[in-house]
Design a binder for this molecule. Structure first.
Ligand code: BGC
Length: 422
């Protein structure tokens, strides 16, 4: 059974007619399911809430903690299966197609037309937001995933004078940090975090083309190639720079270790920057952002978007449309993205208002787009459906948990796991 059929079966067990919540006031309510719960993320989503409330609508916050959103997606499915969908939910990438196929998402074409979304968004972004040619979600940002975050003060103490650009330099920095008593690579032990590091290695070792074949096409020859053995060998090596007690640790706690000077580096998407910003730290001074070693010139993107569910109450529908309209307004795009660590999803804004990491991200996004090196993040649900992603996560996390795992066997395990998830 493929992912769409699985979701459809679950949903068909319940009424497809949502229980329309009574709006708390006459103007309408939008309930929003999202997973932005870290300090920096909460500061970012507050911007959206305040703008919706300023327009006289009620924001019902349904945050579900859990990095990368798998807990939020489980809650969302349960809500929909019981006939009680929220007005809006953070749904991303190919998953939008699956929800769209169930005919549960409200088209946003009127808002899109009135606000020129086609003119404002790049084709890559616009296409991701459309199901069957209709907008079913509004994008709020673009995150870059292939970043390495560095605490330069810690580097200095460990005698490292430059940011690593290759894997060998990364290992050398790791050795020096370890010798100086620091955790070289801060990391939380959760499958999506493991796969965030893994996909960075795939990009670095196999290039954008190999990455595409592995994660977008799920090409068996690529998944089982000697290059994939090299990737797993590197993953094993990188794990030796992570703290052994990391099981279950949230990503923002790992970021805090770098901010607090206990660890030297973290491989993480630029939502990590939201924590640095919330801690009052300045890009280029208190911390450095560089492409994950080996991946300069390539860009793994992760677009956050809000999808709207079909509702009946006119006021609540108006609230959904208001949220969708606000999300692309410059006022929101500037402040939200400065807090979130991402870059604006529209390309006509003044990037001088952003810090050096965001400016580099925008420049690299546009260059990678031109060079055909813009790739959707697998770990952040942009490259495959969630069933295939789950299969990859399992193989990667089991591999990292088993010190005796054989790098030359992991690729074949992954190819088999993907096949049975398809
Ligand atoms: C989302 C980000 C979020 C991060 C950590 C990513 O998948 O796109 O918006 O900050 O997960 O939860």
């Amino acid at each position: 059974m493929n992912a769409i059929t699985r979701l459809a079966t679950a949903v068909s067990l319940a009424s497809l007619f949502p229980l329309t919540a009574l709006a708390a006031d006459s103007k309408g309510t939008v309930e929003v399911v999202h997973w932005w719960t870290s300090g920096g993320e909460a500061a970012a989503v507050k911007v959206l809430r305040e703008l919706v409330e300023k327009d006289g609508y009620t924001w019902k916050d349904s945050a579900v903690a859990g990095g990368a959103g798998s807990a939020a997606m489980t809650v969302l499915k349960t809500r929909v299966v019981s006939g009680n969908p929220p007005g809006a939910a953070q749904i991303k990438g190919p998953d939008l197609q699956e929800w769209g196929a169930l005919d549960l998402l409200a088209p946003l074409d009127d808002v899109a037309k009135a606000n020129n979304w086609d003119g404002l968004l790049s084709k890559t972004v616009a296409n991701t937001m459309k199901y069957d040619g209709h907008y079913v979600a509004v994008p709020v940002n673009i995150h870059r995933v292939n970043w390495l975050w560095i605490n330069p003060a810690v580097f200095k103490k460990a005698g490292i004078d430059k940011a690593p650009t290759t894997l060998d330099e990364l290992y050398a920095a790791g050795d020096k940090l370890k010798a100086a008593g620091f955790t070289p690579l801060a990391h939380g032990g959760q499958p999506w975090q493991d796969s965030t590091v893994f996909e960075g290695l795939v990009l670095g070792i196999m290039g954008a083309e190999g990455y595409h074949k592995a994660f977008v096409e799920n090409d068996e020859a690529t998944l089982t190639s000697p290059k994939m053995t090299e990737v797993f060998t590197a993953l094993k090596k990188l794990s030796t720079y992570m703290d052994d007690n990391r099981a279950g640790r949230d990503w923002n706690l790992a970021t805090a270790e770098v901010i607090d000077g206990k660890a030297g580096m973290q491989i993480m998407g630029d939502w990590a920057k939201s924590e640095w910003t919330a801690a009052g730290k300045v890009a280029g001074k208190d911390y450095q952002c560089v492409p994950m070693p080996g991946t300069a010139g390539s860009y793994t993107y992760n677009i956050d978007s809000m999808a709207m569910f079909k509702l009946k109450n006119e006021g609540d529908i108006a609230a959904q449309h208001d949220l969708a309209r606000i999300a692309l307004e410059p006022e929101f795009q500037y402040v939200f993205n400065q807090n979130k660590g991402s870059i604006p999803v529209r390309s006509d804004l003044d990037m001088s208002k952003f810090d050096s990491c965001a400016q580099a991200s925008m420049k690299d996004f546009q260059a990678a787009d031109k060079a055909g090196k813009l790739e959707p993040s697998m770990a952040h649900s942009m490259a495959t459906n969630l069933a295939v992603q789950g299969a990859i996560f399992d193989v990667v996390t089991n591999f990292m948990a088993d010190k005796n795992a054989d790098p030359s066997k992991a690729g074949a395990q992954m190819a088999a796991a993907i096949k049975s998830a398809q």
